[in-house]
Design a protein around this ligand. Sequence first.
Ligand code: SF4
Length: 320
Amino acid sequence: MKSMIEKTIKLGISTCLLGENVRYDGGHKLDRFLTETLGQYVEYVPVCPEVECSLPIPRESMHLEGDLDSPRLVTSRTKQDMTDRMVQWARKRVVELEKEDLCGFIFKSNSPSSGMERVRVYNGKRMPVKKGVGIFARIFMEHFPLLPVGDEGRLNDPKIRENFIERIFSLKRWREVLTRKESRGNLVDFHTKQKLLILSHSPKHYQMMGKLVAKAKDLSLKDLYQQYQTLLMECLKLKTTPKKNANILQHMMGYFREQLSSDEKQELLEIIDHYRQGYIPLIVPITLINHYVRKYNQPYLKQQVYLNPHPLELQLRNHV
Ligand code: SF4
């Protein structure tokens, strides 16, 4: 059964990824992982920039052209410039989306409207350069700079998928803190539970956030919350690595110094090392440590989000 937190994660998504026939050719780009697997844990808010700015289905295809940093959105055959229409609509739409309390957005890759990166930009007769950003995607990311974003192409990469999903679940947890009364105690409580997760992404941010929390009394609550949120989202954007995870696993092992036999310690060390070397996925040492946490009822580790940051069924820690 899903918990409340899992049920209320809202994600923006390019409508065609949900299987809606909104593409220029009247087709869709259904992504089954997003609809059937991740879809069980999130509520999608669909956005199709081209249809929502009143273009028909089907319609002439479009592309980006001109300057890489501010390309025009132009129909491919008849060369109609749709940029102003799209920009005007997008600026209003992002303000509307503020009400949705989104925890992220999944864009359709390569689209001149929805692509978040590496979209082809044409310039005269030269080969297109794959360095553009779709018009809506750019305005969205500028409006919500801290929100996790991904596209269905890159989310096929297990490491990118793990990182993106971990961030949306973390952001949801943080938003739950924001629904409560602001207090230093609430923030410290949240931070304590996230410590190992933060450390697994960035030891540097772990230190900075630790210092921020330590001087919490010197800051106004508003500044404290704002600075903490920025550091949290910056930190989680950085990817975990086998080395960083292995350090944390060994650190956690230290909590069982008294309880584990030397055989059990040896076994756990070997498993951690096999994970570090890329022979087995992270879920293996995590499962064993979770077993010890339950068995010995270890109070500090029991509350660490790192041991259970997202639903097991998403299998995000099953890759090597
Ligand atoms: S890529 Fe974007 S604009 Fe194109 S059909 Fe999908 S949602 Fe609509």
